[in-house]
Design a protein around this ligand. Structure first.
Ligand code: TGC
Ligand code: FAD
Length: 388
């Protein structure tokens, strides 16, 4: 079947409805017009294309699976397909949308007061304001339960002190959802940009997710009014509930990076000649391509199954862990295998594969490392927690 569309060997399209196909097409065109012409330069120069936020807002991509307050209210599957198409452009773009919609906006949508929702959600949905989500700290990544950031009462106010690390969109955010320890356990706070004592500085010298802003947040006795706290979140289940949303998007997104690698590699292998024939004719090359396509398609079916469960309201965190573990692990394997097929050409930005592979190193680590998801699945299987 020469020329077969690698995105659809299984007839996946037939499993989608018209609206899902339409949203996918819209996002694919957006990426083709607004991202592909520039992504090499953005990655090379370490530029996050902030100007795309209002455009993505206008397309309804920010908080697209949330309802009300200017959000689109799309299905989980439609949201997943959008993440896939965005990450086919670059993981940095999907990260932006994940953090904006699934972490910043979701934390406000799910746990915020009516006043907090009205103040922030419409602007965040439109992309005229940017949000970030500060959970990780320098000494507490996989184990956020140990966080040191403190929020103490002073009269009616809250005073926050601590450091958050590796925060996507941190230095460009208009509002940060910051998780801090209080006398009553872990609570979330909305910290607007410019609040005295609150600062952000970018992580330099990244080799991964270069078209995305990653920052350290410092909170030095940041004074906030009583109503800055998210009233609906008490305990670690608050931030972890947001992670489930973002992890779901990654289940789909990682496959976009894998697809882009596969497409670029099929093109290359069909034209690159060695030993007087295209390298696509070598059996070893075909075996690699077949294994990559196999894992890509298995990942798609897994993502769709989880999406249908989410739309039915029955998706649980262990199922999300299965999806994130499998699809990111397989996507990075696909990217690395594709890189071998490109030979020396695979190491430059002329082709997207090493850019995707490098990005996927971050995706493998953030939103729960592969080991965290293995242990989450292990706990579900055995009933014994390896974390305690
Ligand atoms: P444990 O202390 O037993 O539980 C605390 C409470 O949380 C509940 N819970 C969950 N709730 C919702 N969703 C989940 N996935 C949940 N996992 C646990 C749990 O039921 C309990 O509730 P309650 O009411 O009894 O208090 O903690 P645990 O042993 O369950 O969790 C340990 C562990 C390691 C799984 C958890 O700490 C974890 O997931 N660690 C990884 C941290 C992480 O993923 N950080 C990500 C930061 S954000 C980010 O990376 C953004 S990247 C940018 C982008 O997305 O593009
Ligand atoms: P560690 O937790 O120190 O882990 C190091 C290694 O030890 C890993 O291999 C891990 O799997 C392993 N390990 C840890 N505990 C165990 C265990 N119990 N058993 C077995 N192995 C274990 N965080 C946010 O809050 N907001 C963001 O917006 C955000 N964006 C990010 C963007 C980027 C580009 C990156 C790289 C990270 C981002 N993060 C963000 C942080 C991310 O969530 C953490 O990096 C991640 O949770 C892992 O924490 P850590 O880096 O401290 O690694």
């Amino acid at each position: 079947m020469p020329g077969t569309d690698v995105t659809d060997l299984l007839g996946f399209d037939h499993l989608l409805d018209d609206e899902e196909r339409m949203i996918r097409k819209t996002v694919r065109s957006f990426v083709a017009d607004k991202v592909r012409p520039h992504i090499r330069e953005w990655f090379d120069q370490g530029i996050s294309p902030r100007e795309l936020a209002p455009e993505m807002g206008a397309l309804g991509l920010l908080g697209m699976h949330l309802t009300g307050y200017g959000c689109t209210g799309s299905s989980a599957v439609a949201y997943g397909l959008a993440c896939l198409e965005l990450e086919a452009g670059d993981s940095g773009l999907r990260s932006f949308v994940s953090v904006q919609g699934s972490l910043s906006m979701f934390s406000i949508w799910k746990y915020g007061s009516e006043q907090q929702k009205r103040e922030w959600l419409p602007r965040l949905a439109a992309g005229t304001a940017i949000g970030c989500f500060g959970l990780t700290e320098p000494d507490f990544g996989s184990n956020p339960a140990g966080m040191r950031t403190r929020a103490v009462r002073d009269g009616d106010d809250w005073v926050l002190t601590g450091t958050k690390m590796w925060i996507t969109n941190g230095s460009v955010a208009d509002v940060a959802t910051v998780w801090a320890r209080t006398e009553d356990g872990i609570r979330g706070f909305l910290v607007p940009r410019g609040t005295p004592g609150f600062a952000a500085s970018d992580v330099p010298h990244k080799l991964s997710l270069r078209a995305s802003t990653t920052s350290e947040l410092t909170l030095d006795e940041v004074r906030l009014p009583a109503d800055a706290m998210l009233p609906g979140a008490a305990g670690l289940s608050g931030p972890l509930g947001c992670l489930d949303e973002a992890r779901f998007g990654i289940v789909w997104g990682a496959l976009g990076a894998a697809r882009d690698c596969l497409e670029a590699t099929l093109d290359y292998a069909g034209t690159r000649v060695q030993f007087d024939r295209p390298i696509s004719g070598f059996q070893l090359t075909q075996a690699k391509l077949a294994d990559c396509a196999l894992e890509y398609h298995k990942g798609l079916l897994l993502a769709l199954h989880l999406g249908r469960l989410k739309d039915a309201g029955t998706l649980n965190p262990e199922q999300v862990s299965l999806g994130k573990l499998n699809n990111v692990r397989e996507a990075i394997e696909i990217a690395r295998t594709c890189r071998t097929i490109l030979g020396g050409s695979g190491i430059t930005l002329e082709y997207p594969v090493l850019r995707h592979a490098n990005n996927l190193e971050s995706v493998l680590t953030y939103e729960g490392t592969s080991e965290v998801h293995q242990l989450t699945i292990g706990r579900a299987l055995t009933g014994v927690s390896a974390f305690k």
